[in-house]
Write a protein that binds this ligand. Structure first.
Ligand code: UTP
Length: 277
């Protein structure tokens, strides 16, 4: 399966450092955040990875491309351990890059992947979010292969934060697996959809958790989406169209989502390093 990592956002919550260093390149220990995301993609069997960047985020491209000149220097100096570390990013998968010309939101970024993806299901992984503990991606990839359905990772979300995230509603199908029938982006708490058991009892709110597997139907849905808030193309609107047409699964996250899109999140993630392995 192919994976798409959107990494072209402004990163305004990380200004001024994001002026020179993409937030996806900020360190968790000795590796940048996006390295962990690429490792997770590789572990789920994604051999080809497309990273969506823009001109000010060339550092991401350099990080994942081989550097024969410096590799030669390390090799000739016999620094083989350093050479292995140096080569490790490029060795994770086959990487390609595409530029998002205008920052028109996550939906627009995913649309940039149409040619790369072709006619197969594919994974989308937000490049500023790391999963500590088991990744849901393997199960999601399997569902897309066997059922031909899209799937989004879900994480329980405190009531007072539902208006910050995409929130899912639907029915429990199996342990940690849901058949979705509602999706709302940043709803008011009283209007947020809910997951429900067969007997009608509700689970706490569940938010989208930065990992998706889509069928190619998402592209037509995105193409037909009118721009919403701030002229941005909302991924959630296109997901709802796909849900209504083909059905959509939600898979509960076994691990914990570490959102490093803001400085506090990065500090917290650095204190959970041992959980990242
Ligand atoms: P965010 O909404 O968290 O990123 O997108 P942002 O817009 O960079 O953040 P702020 O609000 O300005 O601080 C989640 C992921 O989607 C990518 C981002 O790079 C991030 O990895 N993204 C977002 C794009 O690739 N293109 C976009 O137009 C928006």
């Amino acid at each position: 399966m192919k994976a798409v990592l959107p990494a072209a956002g402004w990163g305004t919550r990380f200004l001024p450092i994001s002026k020179a260093v993409p937030k996806e390149m900020l360190p968790l220990g000795a590796k940048p955040v996006i390295h962990y995301v690429a490792e997770e993609a590789a572990a789920a069997g994604c051999t080809d990875v497309l990273i969506i960047i823009n001109q000010s985020k060339e550092a991401i491209r350099r990080y994942f491309e081989p550097e024969p000149f410096f590799e030669g220097i390390l090799e000739r100096a016999g620094k083989l351990e350093a050479l292995a570390e140096f080569r490790s990013p490029a060795g994770l998968a086959r990487f390609q890059f595409v530029y998002q010309p205008e920052m028109r939101g996550l939906g627009d970024a995913v649309l940039m992947a149409r040619e790369f993806v072709g006619d197969e299901p594919f994974a989308v992984m937000l490049a500023d979010t790391v999963i500590a503990g088991p990744s849901p991606l393997g199960r999601m990839v399997e569902l897309a292969r066997t059922q031909g359905r899209s799937c989004v990772a879900l994480e329980e979300c405190p009531e007072e934060r539902v208006s910050r995230y995409g929130i899912a509603g639907g029915l429990v199908e199996a342990d940690g697996l849901f058949r979705l029938d509602a999706m709302e982006e940043k709803p008011a708490p009283e209007k947020a959809p809910r997951l429900r058991r067969d007997d009608g009892t509700q689970l706490p709110p569940h938010a989208f958790a930065a990992r998706y597997v889509f069928t190619p139907a998402i592209f037509d849905a995105l193409q037909d989406c009118p721009p919403g808030r701030n002229g941005e193309i909302q991924l959630t609107d296109a997901m709802r169209t796909v849900m209504e047409k083909e059905g959509f699964y939600g898979a509960r996250l076994g691990g914990k989502r570490l959102d490093i899109g803001n400085p506090k999140g990065l500090i917290e993630a650095n204190t959970s390093l041992e959980a990242l392995g």
